[in-house]
Design a binder for this molecule. Structure first.
Ligand code: GRF
Length: 202
């Protein structure tokens, strides 16, 4: 299975996937970013994984970036693409080319708190429970069919950083578990409903 990872930041999820898939039949064919200086790219280089980056501001418009990004990714012939902390909305070309084979992790229980600040938005709203969602990517923002969800009870006075780290600990474990499943298993998708996969026990 050829796996391509997209990320923008520190890349602790990407690191977990690199570590968690070692000695499996999953090959991480590349790690891509919108940011040339994203620390995640150094993690990938350290693991001898190819990297690439492309920022929209270096293209005539968003559509041109989308097209170029799509072509670059297609060049690696991935079976699955994981947006593991990729902080940019994937474009229409990208989604139409790879739709059904793109996975995203979002640090909230969708459809609550979509967008770039899922953890902060849950705290600001006064939610008592939040969590993480692993889902397929469609054309919308955090709207695709849900593969798995994991609740996290918010502690009194918890900060965004502490809460996000607790959520990310679950994301790291569950993303690896899902990808190990996908090496041999198949997700069945019918409209919004995804079946055929059992997450690891909490
Ligand atoms: C994760 O919480 C992911 O769900 C979100 O961004 C975070 C990435 O964290 N989209 P890291 O950069 O891998 O530590």
């Amino acid at each position: 299975m050829r796996l391509l990872l997209l990320a923008s930041g520190t890349g602790s999820l990407v690191q977990a996937v690199i570590d968690g898939l070692a000695n499996t039949g999953v090959e991480i064919v590349a790690v891509g970013s919108d940011l040339a200086d994203a620390p995640v790219l150094d993690r990938a280089r350290a693991a001898d994984i190819e990297v690439f980056s492309a920022h929209p501001r270096d293209y005539a418009d968003r559509a041109a970036w989308d097209q170029a990004f799509t072509e670059t990714v297609a060049g690696y012939s991935p079976d699955w693409i994981v947006s593991a902390g990729f902080m940019r909305i994937l474009g229409a070309s990208f989604v139409s080319r790879f739709g059904g084979r793109i996975i995203n992790t979002h640090p909230a229980l969708l459809p609550a708190f979509p967008g770039a600040h899922g953890v902060r938005d849950a705290l600001d709203y006064g939610a008592k429970v939040t969590g993480t969602t692993i889902h397929l990517v469609d054309e919308g923002v955090d709207t695709g069919p849900i593969i798995a969800q994991f609740p996290v009870v918010i502690e009194p006075n918890e900060t965004e950083t502490v809460l996000h780290e607790r959520i990310k600990a679950i994301e790291r474990r569950e993303l690896v578990h899902l990808l190990r499943f996908l090496e041999h298993g198949t997700l069945e998708v019918s409209g919004r409903h995804v079946s055929g996969y059992t997450p690891s026990a909490p």
